[in-house]
Structures are given as structure tokens and as C-alpha cells.
Write a protein that binds this ligand. Structure first.
Ligand code: FAD
Length: 384
């Protein structure tokens, strides 16, 4: 059995990003095996995220905008993003770009196989895929699924169905993506539509919910059809692509480093921001930090200051308000984006703000529901 320096279990967004960052580091000549059951040759998802600078994948960004639209309870209109750009990256462009880059490295091997087991051994991280054994100094696992069932935690889901549609008449504003449009029946929880325009007649329209219960396929479709006719004014259109997803919005603690030779990354490593579901940009930041630490110390972990852990508390409070329906979600998001500078709101979601900014931001939120949620989170986390 050949021993690798690193095995990357799951060559999706996090696995491929990690391999890419390793090739950009002094560890570029290490032997790496990437295992995935899928060949990643379909546009199975689209990632949107925001950043100020050009990122590692700037050359393949599909669209980017300096403002976004928001339709809430008391505000409807464009939000100026300041130095941030809201960017859209198509899955297929990312897979092709990274796979092409990685193929230039003879020390990187891809194998299409289904992973049956990952376990710790004294010799290293051990993987069985399609009944073949593999071993490495470190196994980076992006295939692990969290079991969301601990009562002290908040376990909501972000679930959505999106269509890329082509309309016969101009229906989209190419310069103005819609990050949240709450002009849909809230059904007692949190529901909105997300619209990413490609040009005047093509765009991604996504019906999204933050709650605990998935809908039937027909329910998502009815909401999409209604929105497209009522708010985009499209009478006839073709559905060119369909995107569906379920993202955990959970504060269940993830074991990022379950044992000496196994490290979980991506969604499996708890990289998803619990209060928003955004994962792409956090994964890039976390993996860059992980590779830097691996180069400097030989340890494949990322350094975290205890003070940044306050954002976990903020996420839990927000989830508690949502889960217990302590305040209408559409109004919370309206206050968040319309009563704060949008760039500050994005900076807060990036966990880059100072405490004083955070206090100012909290003051725009409804006091009683958030205070009740704060005490409820403390009680649940301490006593279950
Ligand atoms: C449709 C969709 C749209 C999204 N849009 C956004 C967005 O706009 N912005 C954002 O920030 N986040 C978004 N997300 C959330 C998140 O960024 C993505 O889910 C992202 O792909 C997570 O990266 P990952 O590497 O953790 O998981 P994945 O990209 O899913 O990679 C995991 C890989 O592991 C492989 N695998 C799993 N189990 C096995 C096994 N047993 N054997 C072999 N291989 C296995 C899979 O084939 C897959 O390739 C979206 C998610 C979805 C589903």
C-alpha cells in the first residue's frame, strides 16, 4: 500500500480548493491523492460571495456587481456595497479551472472511487475507497455528514430550488442582482427569492427557505412560477438549468480535527456560516490559513483566537430567534441591511468587525426577541 503525504477525501469545492492552495505553497511537491465518486463535469451549483480584492479564482468569475437589490418590509432598493463586489462563480468553471491546474502536477493523483471508511491509525489517516486501502500523513475529509440532532443546538436548514431561465422579453436588470426578495408568502417562517441576472433575458431565480422542513418539489415550483410571472413579468420562458440544495444552518459543534491525522474541511468541517449558509468564501479563507499553518508548523490546523468565537454566539442567537419565530424574519433582515451600511453588514457577516461596530449593529435589531434569545441560548448550551 502506497503512503501519500496527503489524501483529500472528496474533490468538491473545499477539496479542490485545498489542493490548489497546496500547489501555490512550498508544499507543492508533496504527494497528494484526491478521491471522489464523481467526476465533477456538471454545473451542479453556482457560488455567490463577496470580497474586496481579486481572489484566487478571479479569472473565472462569471459575473460581479458593486450593488445588490433588497426587497424587505420597509425598504426596497439597491444597496451600495462600497469596496465589496458581489461575485458569482459557476461550479463547472471552478471544477474545470482547478482540475486543469492540478493536472500539471505529476505528484497529484485523482481517483474516482466511493469512500467507504476513513479512520485514524498509528501510521496515519487510513481510507478505504472502492475496497482499496490508502494511507497518508494527513487525510482531509470533506465527505463527513453532521448528525443534526442535539437538543441544545439549533438545527435549521437552508433549502432552495433555483431555475436558470431564458425569457422571450427583457425581464432582468443585468446590473442589479436581488439578494433577498421577501415579496413571497412567508408561511410563518423565512422565505425569499434570490435573483442573479446573467443578462436582460437570462438569470438564476431561486426560491429559498430558512426553516426545519423541506417542501415538496411542487411547492418550490409553484412559488418560482408565481414569482417569475408576478415580479419579473415573464410570460413565456424556458428553464435551462435546475439547481437544488440543502445547506445546514446549525450551531452543532463540528470536530474539525477529530484525530491526529484526520482533518475535516468544507461543510464537513463546519465552515458554513450558521446564520447565512454562505460557505464558499469562508472555505477559501480557512483553507489558506490552514495551508499557511501547515507550512509554518507542520500542523494542518488553523489558528483561531478565542475572541472570534463571539461570532458563534451571535449566530446561535440569530438561529434561536428564527427557530422560535421570536420576530418576523423579513423585518429582521430589513433592519439588518437597510438600517446599517451594507458594507458594514457584509463585514460583520465576514466576522471582520470590531466589537463597537457589532454593538451598533445589534442596536438596529428588535431588543426583546434578541435578549430573550440570548438567555435562551445560554440556558440551552449550559443545561441542554
Ligand atoms: C446548489 C448549491 C448552491 C450553493 N450556493 C452557494 C453560494 O452561492 N454561496 C456559498 O457560499 N455557498 C453555497 N453553497 C454551499 C457550499 O458552498 C457548497 O455546498 C460547497 O460545494 C461545499 O463544499 P464542500 O467541499 O464542503 O462540499 P462539496 O462541494 O459537496 O464536495 C464534497 C465532495 O465529496 C464527494 N463525496 C461525498 N461523499 C463521498 C463518498 N462517500 N465517496 C467519494 N466521494 C464523496 C462529493 O462527490 C463531492 O464532490 C451551495 C450549495 C449548494 C448545494
Amino acid at each position: 500500500m502506497r503512503k501519500y503525504d496527503f489524501i483529500i477525501a472528496g474533490g468538491g469545492m473545499a477539496g479542490l480548493s485545498l489542493a490548489y492552495y497546496l500547489t501555490q505553497s512550498p508544499l507543492r511537491d508533496r504527494s497528494i491523492l484526491i478521491l471522489d465518486r464523481d467526476v465533477k463535469d456538471r454545473n451542479d451549483r453556482t457560488w455567490c460571495f463577496w470580497e474586496k480584492e481579486a481572489g484566487a479564482f478571479e479569472s473565472i468569475i462569471f459575473r460581479q456587481w458593486n450593488q445588490v437589490n433588497f426587497h424587505g418590509t420597509t425598504h426596497a432598493g439597491a444597496l451600495n456595497l462600497g469596496d465589496y463586489r458581489y461575485k458569482m462563480l459557476r461550479g463547472i468553471d471552478f471544477y474545470e479551472f482547478v482540475q486543469t491546474e492540478l493536472q500539471k502536477w505529476p505528484n497529484i493523483e485523482f481517483r474516482q472511487a466511493s469512500i467507504n471508511r476513513i479512520k485514524e491509525t498509528p501510521q496515519g489517516g487510513f481510507v478505504i475507497a472502492d475496497d482499496e486501502p490508502y494511507i497518508a500523513d494527513f487525510v482531509f475529509d470533506s465527505t463527513f455528514s453532521l448528525k443534526l440532532n442535539q437538543p441544545e443546538n439549533h438545527n435549521l436548514l437552508q433549502h432552495f430550488r433555483g431555475w436558470v431561465i431564458k425569457t422571450t422579453t427583457p425581464c432582468f436588470s443585468p446590473n442589479l442582482p436581488e439578494i433577498m426578495d421577501f415579496r413571497v408568502d412567508q408561511g410563518g417562517d423565512c422565505r425569499f427569492v434570490y435573483v442573479m441576472p446573467f443578462d436582460e433575458t437570462t438569470g438564476l431565480v431561486e426560491f429559498t427557505l430558512f426553516n426545519e422542513q423541506l417542501l415538496t418539489e411542487a411547492d418550490y415550483e409553484i412559488a418560482l412560477r408565481q414569482y417569475i410571472s408576478q415580479h419579473l413579468g415573464a410570460v413565456s420562458y424556458d428553464i435551462c438549468e435546475i439547481e437544488t440544495g440543502v445547506i445546514p444552518m446549525s450551531d452543532e459543534p463540528t470536530q474539525e480535527n477529530p484525530s491526529e491525522h484526520i482533518i475535516r474541511i468544507g461543510t464537513a468541517g463546519g465552515y458554513t456560516k450558521p446564520s447565512t449558509g454562505y460557505t464558499f468564501q469562508r472555505t477559501q479563507r480557512y483553507l489558506k490559513a490552514l495551508v499557511t499553518n501547515l507550512v509554518e508548523t507542520g500542523k494542518p490546523t488553523r489558528k483561531q483566537s478565542w475572541f472570534t468565537k463571539r461570532f458563534k454566539l451571535y449566530d446561535s442567537i440569530f438561529l434561536n430567534v428564527l427557530e422560535n419565530k421570536r420576530h418576523p424574519a423579513d423585518d429582521m433582515f430589513t433592519r439588518f441591511y437597510a438600517e446599517n451600511r451594507p458594507a458594514k453588514a457584509f463585514q460583520f457577516l465576514d466576522e471582520d468587525t470590531r466589537l463597537v461596530d457589532e454593538i451598533r449593529l445589534f442596536m438596529t435589531m428588535p431588543l426583546l426577541p434578541f435578549t430573550t434569545a440570548f438567555f435562551n441560548v445560554i440556558r440551552r448550551k449550559m443545561f441542554g
